[in-house]
Design a protein around this ligand. Sequence first.
Ligand code: ADP
Ligand code: ZN
Ligand code: ZN
Length: 728
Amino acid sequence: MIAEVIVEVLNSEVDKVFDYLIPKDEKRDITGFRVLVPFGRRNVEGFVVGIKDRTEFDQSKLKEISQIFGEQAILPEMIELASFMQRKYNLKMVDCLRLFIPAQMRGEGDRYKRTTEYVLAEDYLTKLEKIGKNAKKQLEIVNFLKEKGAISLKSGFSASSIKRLKELGIIEEKREIALRKPMEDVELLQSNSRKLTSEQALALKKIGESGTFLIHGVTGSGKTEVYMQIISREIKRGKSAIMLVPEISLTPQALSQFKSRFGETVAILHSGLSLGERYDEWNRLLCGQAKIALGARSAIFAPLKNIGAIIIDEEHDGSYISESNPRYNTFDIAKFRASYNNCSLILGSATPSVETYYKVETGEINLIELPTRVNKRPLPKIEIVDMLGEIRAGNTTVFSRRLISKLEECFNNKKQAILFLNRRGYTSFMMCRECGYVAKCGDCDVSLVYHKSEEKLVCHYCGKKYKALTACPECGSTHIRQGAVGTENVVMQFQKLFPNVPVFRMDNDTTRTKGAHQKILSSFGKAKPAVLVGTQMVAKGHDFEDVTLVGIIDADQGLYQSHYKSPERTFALITQVAGRAGRSQFEGSVVLQTYSPKKYVYSFAANYDYKGFYKREINLRKATKFPPFSTILRVMFSGENEELVKTQTKQCYDQILEIRKDYPQDFIYLDAMKSPISRIKQKFRYQILMRIKQENVENITQMVYNACDNARRREVLCFVEINPQSIS
Ligand code: ADP
Ligand code: ZN
Ligand code: ZN
């Protein structure tokens, strides 16, 4: 028999299936197994992706597999998935396969952690007389074992006595697999399922055993309870389930909710786990010991068979799109797996993405609505404050007078507030007022952000740090203008206004270390009154009873990124962060600060009018032919040698022009240019942008892939993004 093997040769363009002979004595079906095969002059690792009787090559020249590791590592479904991804995204098969198995699986042997225990040998009775009369310690151990069964070296008995007993053959060593369990120390919450509200019950009833569903539910409408009951229904039917949440919402709170309800049947997969923990959790899923995979984006690749439901919470979240190799959209993968397993796919959100909601209109997705909060409380009232008015009135702080008075009221009631600003650091840039010099990173084409606590200018793209400016390096002027404020600045201004109120900051700078995120949240949770200042980390997932006020410091911030999704993202963020207020019995309110209070997105957001917003947005997209009425393709090129990057861009662009000649009606837009951020980490960046009509997009995409592959050269990285999250 012959095995088709994908070999793991790092950093090479080899992405072919090679044929190898299966050793004669191997009787198993080894599809999905990891193997070691001779490749050139060395042995390399690979995956068996298929088995066949015959080869198109000269069989006598085929080499034999050198070694077959352990057990099946990849399910047949995943092999099909890899080739689906290879076609859809122009990826290397081996890069896809690597996504499916933890890094620790690579290399020889298993990577379980083991513990050593000692137990009585079966025939120990016949050997007891060998123990010397005065060897009291040894007798003690034997008596202990008769009662308790096993001891370890850590049980407090003398190691030399254990050793002696082993030599005498009275006890035996036993090696056991000790599973590493992430989050074992979490506090368990409500474990029984709740009695559903009538809206929730209806939602549960409508979700069938297959098909795609959107649960459009306001914040606090109890979507999580519905997810958990869907999962438990599937588990009862003997099925498994995948539950995805954005990485940022994978708070210990959220995890413990699932642990409490489902115990050992849940395995957790996210980036906070150690490699060992991930390996064990993955194995528990593969062997069927765990049936629920809970995690961020990559948990969609969980090695589960017989899936009954796949759930994607906060489906609009940008983190579901992978922006580094291998690039993929989680929704596509979920759709593939749902159809392979013939199971249901459930998306949930308070602010579905426009593209998803459009699929509701076209009938591709079934809509389920949860329009009210579980506690029947109204959603917090959102007030819009015009910040230009503040400047006119002589207020130059980041806090409007309205926000200050609401903060005072909140603190007087011993309640908590959240202040949201999606920009970290102190100020966004530093610029000389005399000559216009702007401090920029030497390796990237971006301005540096001032971080006051470290007195440094920091590049947010590569992390490089520079000395803060006191005078302009070009003209020597000390008149330095600072850009827009960041979270660090908000904290300092807040402390001047409310010196006695504890303030916590949560952003990328304060959450670098493991567990920091949780520490900040739990200290904030206990402090009353208190304020939490942060970036979008504060907008999601958590549920603090005493938060009655949310301040959105600069709502406009996301609107000026020239991306067709900016209004949609702004709408979603406002809704999310507003949803943190008034979750329990205390009424909440929101102050939204903006320099353009007339923007339509604010009035829709303030009225919680998702449908109104959607209607306006979809009409705009239709008129301007943006997704979902077209697909945006971006071909990115980057490399250290600008000339080579440019040449390759040009070569590829010429080929795409040829494609357009053949299919002029399919191209809405096509152009090549320097990327808006023309250099990152010393690499020059160029791009080809196009918008393609929906009817023939798959065909055109494949042709564009070919054009890229034809123009490819080693020195320049080239890849294609479909509807990219950012075009900077
Ligand atoms: P969402 O995810 O829709 O924002 P959550 O799932 O966080 O909402 O639910 C909001 C709150 O309501 C949570 O504290 C949750 O425990 C509670 N809850 C959900 N369903 C019920 C129910 N049927 N009965 C009582 N409380 C519920
Ligand atoms: Zn200057
Ligand atoms: Zn940089």
